[in-house]
Write a protein that binds this ligand. Structure first.
Ligand SMILES: Cc1cc2nc3c(=O)[nH]c(=O)nc-3n(C[C@H](O)[C@H](O)[C@H](O)COP(=O)(O)O)c2cc1C
Length: 171
């Protein structure tokens, strides 16, 4: 299966990047074709709500930024993994922009399955992000394959690695 992982933490050796990397390793070991994009170091603006895409643009966004690299990857992916730290009880801004820029095509064409990896300092901060993820899965009519979270004392541990391996097996 073609899996696209959007890694959204700006900290390249941080906890979310570790989770994305563990997912990549487990998914490749299981025979999947995996692409990881570090969206936090891309220039991806928020949606302008200009409706160019739905009027004159024939599904193309009027903004020409690094989202141009991501659109073909999103169009090809069969599974999409979001990897994001929690900022102020929500998925960080760096993951929101690429999701919301999918407005021009509504949904990634071939994605049938999604998973979510989240990292935070505290426990109990995942309610909003979990609800958003589940709503997007419903809206895009894709299977929610599961969520792995890692608060401070769960970060970069064998237990979290095992949860990620188990999640890969549910794809
Ligand atoms: C701007 C900002 C906001 C944050 N907000 C929260 C929060 O609301 N709850 C929490 O538990 N941790 C919060 N954190 C901590 C991060 O979620 C946590 O350190 C996480 O592991 C960072 O992931 P990373 O190592 O992949 O960058 C925040 C960190 C930053 C920089």
């Amino acid at each position: 299966m073609k899996i696209l992982i959007l890694q959204a933490s700006p900290r390249k050796t941080g906890n979310t990047a570790w989770m994305a990397e563990e997912f990549r390793k487990a998914a490749e070991a299981a025979g999947h074709d995996v692409t990881v994009v570090d969206v936090s170091h891309k220039k991806i603006a928020g949606c302008l709500a200009c409706e160019y895409c739905h009027t004159k643009g024939n599904g193309q966004c009027i903004q020409k930024d690094d989202m141009q690299e991501l659109y073909p990857l999103m169009a090809d992916a069969e599974a999409l993994v979001l990897a994001a730290p929690i900022y102020y009880f929500a998925l960080c801004a760096q993951i929101q922009a690429p999701i919301q820029r999918m407005y021009c095509v509504n949904a990634p064409a071939k994605v049938k399955k999604m998973a979510l990896l989240m990292s935070s300092y505290s426990p109990g901060v995942y309610t909003g992000a979990t609800a958003e993820f589940k709503d997007i899965c419903n809206y895009w009519k894709v299977q929610d394959c599961g969520i792995v979270t890692a608060q401070l004392n769960e970060q970069k541990t064998d237990q979290t690695r095992q949860k990620i391996v188990d999640l890969v097996s549910r794809l």
